[in-house]
Design a protein around this ligand. Structure first.
Ligand SMILES: [Zn+2]
Length: 477
């Protein structure tokens, strides 16, 4: 047992997939000309009035239901007051003591029993603008296109016990949110952002240690690395008699270290108060039930179904259902395939490795699901060997053609014609009398050599099972 116990809590901001902003009808898009998607409301001009976007509440409720949260029948928006040049109003509209939803949980599937991570709350708020720095010219500009974009902030309880748990939680959370279609959860486009709180306490102790908050991580791996660094930094500090200071630290991806950004003394007092321009939100029970009834199958149920219906193991079912698009890809392929286990291997091993290499999402896979089913069929019917299938698969990725066409074009069909193979076997035995005698006199090892030569002669196209049979028959008679 380690001397310290790690305690981690995560705050995730996801951008909700609405067409327009939280309080005005400016479109929500990514990129584009700065300040091209703004209006008096999201610029915070005096005399304007915000109007709550119904769709963002609906998406918030969908997410809350998927996260097992209790949905508040009555919630309210508060103003969070602070100054920053990317925020024209000098306050951000957020939720405080009456959030949209609270007290949920997420289950991280583990073979030995799932790990439950408690959620304190999931609330709505608006995004701020963005500063753009022109270092060479010596000035900064502000882009308000993002200002007023709807966000859902999801806060865990301090239930995570390691950087790996944090990584797994983020994956499970993203999968859930993408499955219920509330957000694209694209970290690169800022539609999924994560801040982490981490502290250490003596193992067995109930009292929480002093925590630091880590920001500026732009991938799940970066979150894991930043937390690992922070855990060892704090442990060293405590062991050497020092004390952890409550502060916010920035993660630097290049050095994989965290650096102090601001201390507790500089912490803001946001002076929250109810936004007088926005009426409280009262949700109709019937509406919530309708949203709940329309939720798609959630990942945990889907993984269970994959294990049952496709007779896959816990690991395979987990990988295939770790992303809604991947699960759909598998199911489309499975409709034209009888060998689910082999199909799963081709998708989770070969295809995913290929996609990872080129950083391509499954949605843009160069190989359509039907072609993978076809490939598995060719192997199962003995048309091509497993070995040849690997080269066929590489060609399928490069040429985007169905496997049957590639096999036909290149003459890769497996040789299962016994008389043809017998001729090759004769030739190999004639050329290698030593090993042939060895095998005939009982040295099993020599068989491998002979089979290898036959495979080489046939450019890997001989049916290896048949070659084995023929050599045995020929030499042990
Ligand atoms: Zn606007």
């Amino acid at each position: 047992m380690s001397e310290f116990e790690t305690v981690i809590g995560l705050e995730v901001h996801v951008q909700l997939k609405t067409r327009s902003k939280l309080f005005c009808d400016c479109p929500v898009d990514w990129g584009g000309e700065p300040n091209s998607r703004v209006c008096p409301v999201c610029l915070g001009l005096p005399g304007t009035l915000p109007v709550l976007n119904r769709k963002s509440v609906e998406l918030g409720v969908r997410a809350a239901l998927a996260l097992n949260c209790r949905i508040a029948p009555f919630s309210q928006f508060h103003r969070k007051n602070y100054f920053y040049p990317d925020m024209a109003k000098n306050y951000q509209v957020s939720q405080y003591d009456l959030p949209l939803s609270a007290d949920g949980f997420v289950e991280i599937p583990r073979e030995e029993g799932s790990l439950r991570v408690g959620l304190a709350r999931a609330h709505l708020e608006e995004d701020t603008g963005k500063l753009v720095h022109f270092a060479a010219e010596g000035f900064s500009g502000v882009d308000f296109n993002r200002s007023g974009v709807p966000l859902l902030e999801i806060v865990t309880r301090p239930d995570l016990r390691s950087p790996e748990d944090a990584y797994d939680y983020l994956k499970v959370l993203r999968n859930l949110l993408r499955t219920v279609e509330v957000s694209d959860c694209d970290m690169e486009k800022g539609s999924f952002r994560c801040d982490a709180n981490v502290s250490l306490r003596l193992s067995g102790s109930e009292k929480l240690g002093v925590k630091t908050e880590v920001k500026n991580m732009n991938s799940f791996r970066a979150v894991e690395r930043a937390l690992s660094y922070e855990v060892s930094r704090q442990a060293e500090l405590i062991r050497s008699g020092g004390a952890v200071v409550q502060e916010t630290r920035l993660y630097d991806a290049a050095s994989q270290k965290t650096f102090p950004m601001r201390s507790k003394e500089e912490a803001h007092d946001y002076r929250y108060f109810p936004d007088p321009d926005l009426v409280p939100t009262e949700l109709d029970r019937v509406w919530i039930e309708e949203i709940s009834a329309a939720l798609p199958e959630l990942p945990s149920a889907k993984a269970g179904r994959f294990q049952r219906d496709y007779e896959l193991g816990f690991y395979d079912a987990g990988v295939l259902t770790s992303d809604p698009a991947l699960a759909e890809y598998f199911e489309t392929a499975a409709r034209a395939c009888a060998n689910f286990k082999t199909l799963s291997n081709w998708i989770t091993v070969e295809l995913m490795a290929r996609l990872k290499e080129s950083d391509t999402p499954i949605e843009s896979s160069p190989v359509p699901p039907e072609h993978v089913s076809e490939l598995v069929g060719l192997i199962d019917r003995g048309v091509i060997s497993g070995k040849i299938a690997k080269s066929v698969f590489a060609l399928m990725c490069d040429e985007r053609k169905p496997p049957s066409e590639i096999v036909r074009e290149r003459g890769l069909v497996q040789i299962s014609d016994e008389s043809e193979l017998e001729k090759v076997v004769e030739k190999v035995i004639g050329e290698h009398p030593g090993p042939a005698e060895d095998f005939a006199s009982g040295k099993e090892k020599a068989l491998g050599f002979l089979v290898g030569r036959v495979m080489k002669e046939t450019r890997g196209q001989a049916n290896p099972r048949l070659v084995n049979e023929i050599i045995r028959r020929r030499l042990s008679g």
